[in-house]
Design a protein around this ligand. Sequence first.
Ligand SMILES: [Fe+2]
Ligand SMILES: [Fe+2]
Ligand SMILES: [Fe+2]
Length: 299
Amino acid sequence: MAGLAWSEKLSIDGGVIDSDHKHLLIVTGNFLQCGQGARREQLCAFIDDLEHFATAHFRREEAIQRAIEYKWAQNQNAEHIELLATLAQIRDRLHQVAAAALDDCRREIGALIRHWLIDHILNSDSGMKPYRDLIILHSGGIVPLSSEKHRSNRIIGSAKSKGLTIDHGVIDEDHRALISLINDFILEENDGYNPVKLRATIAALHAYANIHFKREEELQRAVGFPFHEAHRRAHRDLLSDLDRIGDDLLSRHSAHQHGTLSNFLREWLVEHVQDADMRMRPYVDEMKKMRSTSHPHRF
Ligand SMILES: [Fe+2]
Ligand SMILES: [Fe+2]
Ligand SMILES: [Fe+2]
């Protein structure tokens, strides 16, 4: 497994960042260990693992960078987005490649991800080394990526998100933004039960969902979507669900079982998109004509 063993030259803080990087090296190594004849589903599952843990790591690394006012924080964010986009492309390739070419594809991807993380740590993360003491000061209480919490409670990954495609436009952009907020919630839940933080994420999700639902309803009205009224009622119920979760978190009385709220939110969005929003597909060409007056709201 040349190129993936942990070495001291990769060390940044001797703490949570190193522990995250070690875990990501192990997860990357799991893909590289797949030999000839590995099944497509198995390879895709390893890339899904890597996406989940990398997203969790990048999110907390960026939070630490904000806290210590790291001067390269913006560059790091841009690189993290690019690294995740590369993983999503790899996942697509594995999913689409012909069975006969799967093994060549596995080798090519192996060569690519061998450097995917290590180059980033050596060339970019290493800039944080002088901040070691500050990082330690701001990273107390962070749950290790290797913990059961992070292993069992997974984000909505790029493969799932792609499967929810409706219009390759404004509706999909909104759904991706909602997924990103739900993923924030999931990762916050994994990092410890902090009702104040979780409630703030629910409030952000409520605000964006409200904007998105109104946009969808306007487009539906404009094209005479036959299920418009039922859809509007479903949106109203979805917002009530978020109100209930927000109130519940505010009361702080109920001890939630880990992952319960995350599971609820994953289904909350995915089921609505799959069961109700998908019905808009035959109408998206007509809806596109309305887009000039409708732009996705960004936070
Ligand atoms: Fe990192
Ligand atoms: Fe929607
Ligand atoms: Fe909808």
